[in-house]
Design a protein around this ligand. Structure first.
Ligand code: AGP
Length: 611
């Protein structure tokens, strides 16, 4: 996600916010900018590229401002250019706005502005500039900056955090948050904010986390927090005693563990603005009804973890939409002379959007005039730009080479796509009140999975000398087990055998002996009896069995040697998705027990841009 910084107080504000952006560089970005108030005017300096490019411009424009906001952008709407960089101003040049996240309905809002009788000139392709104009119109009615922001954000749909300053109210910064992190730093005679704790630590250790649908008003004298109706709300001040390195990892020992724990928040971001108050799924920038009624086959093409997410896509497309779906390794697809038809849809899943094999497969599909849809975490990346349509996974920057939150965001994006298609095609029994309720409750239920963390550590103590792991399951659990196995291989360097549980007897069972650990996923209730039979097959040959099931189940704990019970979501495919969090934790703690590197595993790269 982008970096946000803001400062108001006696220091040189531009120096402070520039330093804060530097402390957020680890999060990844492709342009940066600063807005500051001086002598009654707002100046905006912004450049594409690295922070040092902006630094040259800042150095050339000495100032004595005591209020500034700054932003490092990770392209969402619009390529990384000077014009698309933040901050953006309103049409009256009264305010400057910076923004993290996505405003899903920005095109609708842009259309409303085009008909409001005022002259709206847009200089960028961003949703942010539209938001600035919406706030500008509210502000032009003469209300205070915080009232203008509160009125405007009620019209925005999506996951975002935003920060605004104005010419009319020097010494005041206003911020609003919906599902995208914003931290307020509390100083003495100065106050500040940022999208992450490391940016604030050199200036203060007293902080508060702004909550969803809250607005913060910062002045040098203090801060006020209100809800969207302007009612003041109490808040808790935290004392952060992390060092800088720990802060970049959110206090966790590794980025991987931080990113595993971020998943409930990522789920909130993927869902934000995509289920309306009537429970209807709203997915922007995908094909129209006529296309979905024409598509008779889906080909999903990806690599690694993204391929494993694609398998969950197959499960969803075939089980819920009865749409035949193939999943291909991109490296095989491009040389496999694939059978493609004009009624196929090719879906490319990629966290980085730069994977060479996936990009080459995409170009092959485009050369045959196929419809292409990207499910990508880095918009503005090659795959995102090449695809006809793109769904943003909004997982935020994933630093650890082993992909965790990106997988969850990819699968959840596929679920939203399937529900969107089911709604358009009026496929019965797919999008229901119960499904919508399960999705709305998902982030909170996912948070409860972490109550199992100590039990996972105990299981790791039992299997720390294992030299072979089986990852087994049936149905959706069989697909999730592939991802669990990949994590174990990637960061603990342990050999694994991952197959549908029913396949063991056709050969791999020969590998079972004392010291082999079998991790069974068994979240699908109707398959549990079969899974129990497979558990017995393993135990009869000396294997040790760990079962992952749901909390109401009592059958598996009688059969397995150790059982981990996740909370139920109400949907089998969501239960399976949550069980993957347990597999991530298992691989992580096992690798830590073995003293492995974790975030930068040997031989691997975060983005494989070579064939
Ligand atoms: C997953 O943990 C690995 N980092 C790797 O398999 C990765 O998923 C694969 O290289 C695909 O990358 P992409 O999603 O960026 O295309």
């Amino acid at each position: 996600m982008c970096g946000i910084a803001g400062y108001v107080g006696p220091r040189k504000a531009v120096e402070v916010v520039y330093d804060q952006l530097k402390r957020l560089e680890y999060r990844g970005y492709d342009s940066a900018g600063i807005a500051f108030l001086e002598e009654g005017n707002i100046s905006v300096l912004k450049r594409a590229g690295k922070l040092s490019v902006l630094g040259e411009v800042v150095d050339a424009n000495p100032d004595d401002s005591h209020m500034a906001i700054a932003h490092s952008r990770w392209a969402t709407h619009g390529a990384p250019t000077d014009l698309n960089a933040h901050p953006h101003m309103d049409q009256y040049e009264q305010i400057a706005l910076i923004h993290n996240g996505i405003i899903e309905n920005y095109l609708e809002l842009k259309d409303e502005l085009a008909h409001d009788g005022h002259d709206h000139q847009f200089f960028s392709e961003t949703d942010t500039e539209v938001a600035a104009h919406i706030i500008g119109e509210e502000y032009a009615t003469g209300v205070s900056l915080e009232v203008a922001v509160r009125q405007a954000v009620k019209r925005f749909r999506g996951a975002y955090s935003m920060v605004v300053i104005s010419k009319r109210e020097p010494g005041k910064i206003v911020a609003a948050r919906s599902a995208s992190p914003l931290v307020i730093g509390i100083g003495v005679g100065e106050n500040m904010l940022a999208s992450d704790i490391p940016a604030l630590l050199p200036y203060t250790r007293e902080m508060m986390i702004l909550d969803d649908d809250q607005v913060a008003i910062l002045t040098p004298e203090g801060i006020t927090i209100t809800d969207l109706n302007g009612k003041e709300v109490p808040y808790e001040i935290m004392h952060i005693d992390w060092d800088i390195a720990a802060a970049e990892k959110g206090g966790y020992d590794h980025f991987m563990l931080k990113e595993i724990h971020e998943q409930p928040e990522v789920m909130s971001r993927v869902l934000a603005g995509r289920i309306d108050e009537k429970g209807q799924v709203r997915l922007d920038n995908v094909y129209g009804e006529h296309v979905w009624n024409e598509i008779d086959r889906v080909s999903i093409i990806a690599c690694g973890t993204s391929y494993n997410a694609g398998l969950m896509g197959k499960y969803l497309f075939e089980k819920l939409l009865r749409l035949p779906t193939d999943v291909y390794y991109a490296s095989e697809f491009r040389y496999g002379d694939p059978i493609l038809s004009s009624r196929s849809l090719c879906i490319f899943i990629s966290q980085s959007g730069e994977t060479a094999d996936s990009l080459a497969a995409l170009k092959l599909c485009k050369s045959q005039r196929m419809r292409t849809l990207g499910i990508v975490n880095v918009v503005g990346s090659s795959i995102a730009r090449e695809c006809d349509r793109t769904i943003l996974t909004q997982a935020g920057p994933e630093i650890s080479v082993a992909s965790t939150k990106a997988y969850t965001a990819q699968v959840l994006s596929l679920i939203m796509l399937v529900l969107h298609i089911a709604q358009i095609k009026e496929t019965p029994g797919v999008r229901s009140e119960q499904v919508v309720r399960s999705l709305r409750n998902l982030p909170g239920i996912a948070q409860r999975v972490f109550e199992l963390e100590d039990q996972v550590k105990a299981v790791v103590q039992t299997c720390k000398d294992a030299n072979l792991f089986f990852f087994l399951g049936r149905g959706a659990d069989a697909y999730v087990s592939l991802e669990g196995a990949l994590k174990m291989k990637e960061i603990a360097y342990v050999p694994t055998q991952e197959i549908p549980a029913g396949e063991m007897k056709h050969g791999p069972l020969a590998l079972i002996t004392d010291g082999v650990f079998a991790i069974f996923g068994a979240t699908e209730e109707h398959l549990r009896d079969k899974v129990i039979s497979n558990i017995k097959e393993v135990q009869a040959r000396g294997g040790y069995v760990v079962a992952i099931t749901t909390e109401e189940d009592t059958s598996l704990e009688k059969a397995a040697d150790a059982t981990l019970k996740i909370p139920r979501t109400g949907q089998t495919y969501l239960d399976a998705l949550l069980s993957n969090i347990v597999l991530q934790l298992l691989a992580y703690y096992f690798a830590v027990a073995r003293g492995c590197e974790i975030d930068q595993p040997r031989n691997l790269a975060k983005s494989v841009t070579v064939e």
